[in-house]
Design a protein around this ligand. Structure first.
Ligand code: HEC
Ligand code: HEC
Length: 371
């Protein structure tokens, strides 16, 4: 990574709960006022295609492009002048968006089937010719995959969730823990930073990462979410950022996991780190579904895969949970790795206090300071 330290801080901090705060990281001015209710056209200076999308989806859409083409923002943008159209690649990207919307409209009933990534696959120019097979045993792998997709004889989603709660120590025991204070380390690349987490059920959580010279805080309190760094002030989460952060926090106190989803489906079994896991798809009203993977043997949650909707495609974010330890009769993961197309870091808990008293003022949003 060629990021300056302060950018790194903002990037990592912004993704502690899963969403990049690259609004700061890229020194883009956040859309003014109540971003949630504005369109991209109203909040930004030069929007010609993505006019009607909610303003808070514009930057996630850019993140989606970046990951789809395997480029940085400056592939299309001048530094500190995102509204300018000087680069030809930016103009091409507008044409591509129009083409993509037309393909989906004409050939896929308006569903978001073809995306930038569907063609580009992480490259500036899509590959038009199939690649030569370099490995033997390719067919065997595919055969295995299709076996895994067979859903006959799988337990129901409810059975899997029940078993998960039992594996944790029982739903009743899990329900007795409604706060947790944890200390540990956040590792990104070869660097480690101290991290502290304060959490209260159902969905209050403050994560503080101590970077050299600056603390970075990611927080939600049940109503709003924000990110603050000493250098960049307070940035409010948009609705999808808040949704993702809330899900993460809710899974931290899993006693009510069965109420989180409107309907759950078991889709297939997959290998995760060499263990077979059931994949449960949790459906929700108005938000993208969430994939939860439960280890077939232990019954424990080993992975969550959630998505942030953008007008160009969905940005995936994966959290892998491990190192489950028992505290106050309930198992909880002491280690989790957060990974997306542009981010990857691990939090390892060293000390945890279940049931520690935490007063509500710890979850109060600080006054906004202009960046
Ligand atoms: C492949 C080209 C491409 C890449 C890479 C790209 N963008 Fe964009 N960006 C665009 C296009 C095209 C628009 C205008 C969209 C429209 O007209 O609807 C835009 C618009 C924007 C705007 C709105 C500017 C304004 O005021 O009008 C911002 C902010 C922005 N991009 C930020 C970013 C960031 C941050 C990144 C990196 C994460 C990024 N972009 C990566 C093509 C790109
Ligand atoms: C249906 C397939 C397809 C989709 C979908 C698609 N592209 Fe492309 N794109 C191409 C092809 C093919 C080229 C290369 C043309 C060439 O070789 O000159 C290309 C080229 C580009 C280039 C120019 C790259 C360069 O190095 O000059 C940009 C920028 C780009 N696409 C952005 C996007 C963005 C952003 C999206 C999503 C909104 C997107 N594309 C979606 C097929 C696609």
């Amino acid at each position: 990574m060629r990021l300056k330290p302060v950018l790194l801080i903002a990037c990592v901090a912004g993704t502690v709960l899963g969403h990049a705060a690259w609004v700061h990281a890229q020194s883009v001015k956040s859309p003014g006022g109540n971003a949630a209710s504005k369109t991209a056209e109203q909040a930004y200076k030069n929007i010609q295609v993505l006019k009607d999308v909610p303003a808070d989806q514009l930057v996630p859409a850019m993140q989606f492009i970046k990951a789809s083409l395997g480029v940085q923002c400056d592939f299309c943008h001048l530094e500190n002048a995102f509204e300018k159209d000087d680069k030809e690649t930016k103009q091409t990207a507008r044409k591509m968006m129009r083409m993509m919307f037309a393909i989906n409209k004409d050939s896929f009933d308006g569903q978001q089937k073809v995306t930038c990534f569907a063609c580009h696959r992480g490259a500036r120019k899509p590959v038009a010719i199939p690649t030569i097979n370099e490995e033997e045993g390719h067919i065997a792998a595919e055969a295995e995959l299709s076996l895994g997709a067979n859903t006959a004889g799988l337990p129901s989603a409810d059975e899997i969730l029940q078993r998960y709660l039992q594996a944790l120590g029982g739903a009743d025991a899990a329900a007795t823990i409604s706060t947790r204070v944890q200390k540990g380390a956040l590792t990104v690349g070869a660097k480690h930073f101290p991290v502290e987490i304060l959490a209260k059920a159902p969905a209050k959580r403050v994560t503080t990462v101590h970077f050299p010279g600056a603390d970075s805080i990611t927080a939600i309190n049940g109503e709003e979410g924000w990110l603050s760094t000493s250098s960049h002030g307070v940035h409010d989460m948009g609705p999808s950022e808040l949704d993702g952060a809330t899900l993460d926090a809710e899974l931290f106190f899993p006693a009510t996991i069965r109420q989180l989803f409107k309907l759950s489906r078991v889709q297939q079994q997959e290998q995760i780190y060499g263990h077979l896991a059931y994949r449960v798809v949790g459906m929700r009203d108005n938000w993208p579904s969430v994939d939860l993977y439960f280890d077939q043997e232990s019954g424990l949650l080993v992975r969550m895969l959630r998505y942030v909707q953008t007008p160009l495609g969905r940005n995936p974010l994966q959290i892998d949970y491990s190192d489950y330890r028992e505290e106050a009769g309930v198992k909880t993961p002491y280690r989790w790795t957060v990974a997306g197309p542009n981010t990857r870091f691990t939090i390892q808990i060293e000390q945890s206090q279940p049931g520690a008293p935490i007063t509500d003022d710890k979850f109060a949003k600080p006054a906004s300071t202009p960046p």
